[in-house]
Ligand binder design. Structure first.
Ligand code: FES
Ligand code: FES
Length: 168
């Protein structure tokens, strides 16, 4: 019997996986976080709580910010995922303006939460290029920073919202 296959697009590149419990196969219980980090080698997204509570593992799936630690890879079949590694310009390597703003505003300390926060902010700005303070706080409400960098994070996102154009 032919093994069933799934395919997901990650940062513009298609990956196909065989589904099953055998070696090298994606099991029904495998999370997107595991697939991204352990199979594809994209370790930018971090895993902390492992249960959807902290936002460290946030990636963008079909335009929405999702927590990859509690998303099953099988449920991503046919979807397009963007991780923190997918934000830089693939040709020049230039950082996304949001990544640069986090550097300029010192919007992190240990940095463990940062990829998830940037991806949540990116999803917000893609949908709403000019969010107000409350909208930024709401958009990042699922992301926790133990180093208490929140004020700098909001300043960085506000800078991009006010200076990076986007759809009116
Ligand atoms: S590691 Fe996924 S939400 Fe905390
Ligand atoms: S910068 Fe350390 S957890 Fe946020």
């Amino acid at each position: 019997m032919e093994a069933s296959m799934i395919s997901i697009i990650v940062n513009g590149k298609e990956y196909a996986f065989s589904v099953g419990d055998g070696h090298g196969q994606v099991a029904c219980s495998e999370t997107l976080s595991f697939t991204l980090r352990e199979r594809i080698g994209l370790t930018g997204s971090k895993e902390s709580c492992g249960e959807g509570a902290c936002g460290c593992c946030t990636v963008i799936m079909d335009g929405d910010a999702i927590t990859s630690c509690n998303t099953l890879t099988l449920d991503c079949d046919g979807s397009s995922i963007v991780t923190i590694e997918g934000l830089e310009d693939p040709v020049t390597g230039e950082l996304d303006p949001l990544q640069q703003a986090f550097i300029d505003y010192y919007a992190f300390q240990c940095g463990f939460c940062t990829p998830g926060i940037i991806m949540a902010a990116k999803a917000l700005l893609n949908k709403n290029p000019h969010p107000n303070d409350d909208e930024i706080k709401e958009g990042l409400s699922g992301n926790y920073c133990r180093c208490i960098s929140q004020y700098h994070v909001i300043d960085a996102v506000k800078y991009v919202a006010e200076n990076s154009g986007g759809e009116e």
